[in-house]
Ligand binder design. Structure first.
Ligand SMILES: NC(=O)c1ccc[n+]([C@@H]2O[C@H](COP(=O)([O-])OP(=O)(O)OC[C@H]3O[C@@H](n4cnc5c(N)ncnc54)[C@H](OP(=O)(O)O)[C@@H]3O)[C@@H](O)[C@H]2O)c1
Length: 253
């Protein structure tokens, strides 16, 4: 089992939610963390709060030049790259009879293609450190939520590509895993224009009872699972449910 101390870690979407929590945890455990996002104010505030261990790089994961700049920033800040956390993502809801091609392509581009391209750029650097790539899937891969098929499809792709990437990169000693979080209170649905902040809070609260453990999760609890996957040297290709039992799909008999 490795330690994250001295690791160089790139976390996309590190300006809020699970990415922010992961940046805080890794930095607290001695890693050099580089976070990216499109909103300069968000990532710079997180980096300032964490301190010198964290550097912010503004960029859009759907833009190749920005993706290259993110990896370059992590190499400059950490001197190497040990872990790529492909966390940036958005919620995409659309009804089946209302699909628009551009919307579906945007969902796939942001939630799937961007992380694949970042992985591609990172391979030669991760090979040197025998590092790892961690994707963020979703418990939408285990539960069916009507209206969310664009998002669920993108997250199912993340789980699928994790397995194939793990098989392909294993001989280079690069491990590839993903986590499947249950509900975690973040700004994702508000940013997607689906809920107000108040509505989101009420919705998350209503989700608690669907989790076997009776509550939704925290960004820190997701970060702890990401840390485990970054350090567990004989674990690859797994999709780890970090969901308080939501994915069990328990219903009354
Ligand atoms: N919250 C949950 O319940 C939950 C459950 C399962 C899975 N997840 C997954 O967890 C990951 C993190 O989401 P979150 O819940 O923590 O939501 P969040 O707080 O909204 O974080 C997502 C981050 O991604 C960044 N981002 C989005 N599109 C981007 C782009 N094109 N380029 C660069 N950065 C981009 C956003 O920053 P900017 O807008 O500033 O770019 C934002 O900081 C996502 O992949 C999400 O699908 C969340």
């Amino acid at each position: 089992m490795r330690e994250v101390k001295e690791m160089s870690v790139l976390i996309t979407g590190g300006g809020s939610g699970i990415g922010e929590g992961t940046a805080r945890l890794f930095a607290a455990h001695g890693a050099r963390v580089t976070i990216s996002g499109r909103r300069r104010d968000k990532i710079e505030a997180v980096a300032a709060a964490i301190g010198p261990a964290c550097r912010a790089v503004v960029g859009d994961v759907t833009v190749q030049a920005d993706r290259e700049a993110m990896v370059a920033a992590a190499l400059a800040h950490g001197g190497k790259l040990d872990v790529l956390v492909n966390n940036a993502g958005n919620m995409y809801k659309q009804s089946v009879d209302g699909y628009t091609e551009d919307f579906l392509k945007e969902a796939f581009n942001t939630n799937v293609v961007s992380g694949m391209m970042l992985a591609s750029i990172s391979v030669k650097h991760l090979e040197k450190t025998q590092g790892s790539i961690i994707f963020i899937g979703s418990i939408h891969n285990r539960r069916a939520y009507p209206g969310a098929s664009p998002y669920a499809t993108s997250k199912a792709a993340v789980e699928g590509l994790t397995r194939v990437m793990a098989a392909e990169l294993g001989p280079k000693q690069i491990r590839v895993c993903c986590i499947l979080p249950g509900a975690v209170a973040t700004e994702i649905n508000v940013r997607a224009g689906l809920q107000t902040t108040e509505e989101a809070a009420a919705r998350y609260a209503s989700f608690a009872s669907q989790h076997v453990l009776g509550r939704i999760g925290t960004d820190t609890e997701c970060a702890e699972a990401i840390e485990f996957l970054a350090c567990a040297e004989w674990v690859t290709g797994v999709a780890l449910e970090v969901d308080g039992g939501l994915g069990l799909g328990v219903s009354k008999f």
